[in-house]
Write a protein of this length. Structure first.
Length: 277
């Protein structure tokens, strides 16, 4: 029966070759490659590689740079790992530690991870904080360049990922305002420099949907990997930015380090875990 099944369900050669191209592109040290380089890496004919790349671009997994005709992976490839959930590290590790953070700062906090052109809230203490102004927050998407959570992640991820995110935003994925910001090289350079120098990011009513709300966030880093970001959200009229930095930066960094320390071993042992390269 097994032999009969193997004979009926033969390998799909095109799919195998497409995966070979994805793997080869992922191995490129610079994060980008020409069709010729990929042909040499995979042993496939250049015409075949170019046809596979066109298909991968149509599906949103690869994009081409018009300036030098190189190809690179997009964040869409991370969606391929969504079926394998790493939620356990959030529920078993992050949630209790965020409860510890809540006891110290009282204001609600969110743990976010990247979701294409935005950050998605994976865990929150809004439902427990007496100062919360929202309840249903898990699953909500936060703009990458307009929120503290997005800025903390964007500024600390790899240059290749920054460019991939910026490309999506320039194409209009995050709205006109973010498209303009992503196209402003000076803004991006200053944002990255400021957040990395400070060690945290801020948002003081920059998001149109939350004009009265401010936030401060730090990246959650496990070694060279940026897993996401951790924030504290508060009413702008209640706390001045300088006071927020004094009250929240140290507790946020301490809890972020604890989350990363606990999450790092299981994530590193999992070969299917996505990377930021």
């Amino acid at each position: 029966m097994a032999l009969e099944r193997d004979a009926i369900y033969a390998n799909v050669r095109g799919l195998t070759r497409g995966l070979d191209v994805l793997r080869a592109l992922n191995r490129m040290e610079s994060g980008r490659a020409t069709a010729q380089q990929l042909a040499q890496e995979t042993g496939l004919h250049r015409t075949t590689v170019r046809r596979l790349l066109e298909t991968l671009m149509a599906q949103g997994f690869v994009r081409r740079s018009e300036s030098d005709d190189t190809f690179r992976l997009t964040l869409q490839v991370r969606a391929l790992s969504e079926g394998f959930t790493d939620d356990e590290w959030i529920s078993t590790t992050a949630a209790p530690l965020m409860g510890e953070l809540l006891q110290q700062v009282v204001w609600p906090s969110d743990l976010t991870t990247p979701d294409g052109d935005a950050m998605i809230i994976r865990e929150t203490t809004h439902r427990f904080s007496p100062l919360s102004f929202h309840r249903a927050m898990v699953g909500r998407r936060l703009p990458m360049l307009l929120t503290a959570s997005g800025r903390a992640y964007f500024a600390n991820c790899t240059e290749a990922e920054q460019e991939s995110i910026a490309a999506m935003l320039r194409a209009g994925a995050g709205g006109e305002r973010q498209a303009a910001l992503a196209a402003d090289a000076t803004y991006i350079r200053n944002l990255v420099g400021r957040v990395r120098e400070d060690g945290f990011s801020t948002n003081h009513g920059d998001w149109d949907e939350q004009r009265n709300i401010s936030a401060l966030a730090v990246p959650v880093c496990a070694g060279p990997r940026v897993l996401g970001s951790l924030n504290v959200v508060y009413l702008s009229r209640a706390i001045k930015p300088e006071e927020a930095q004094t009250k929240f930066v140290e507790p946020l960094n301490r809890i972020a380090r604890k989350i990363a320390s606990s999450a790092n071993p299981p994530l590193d042992e999992n070969p299917s875990a996505p990377t930021t390269a």
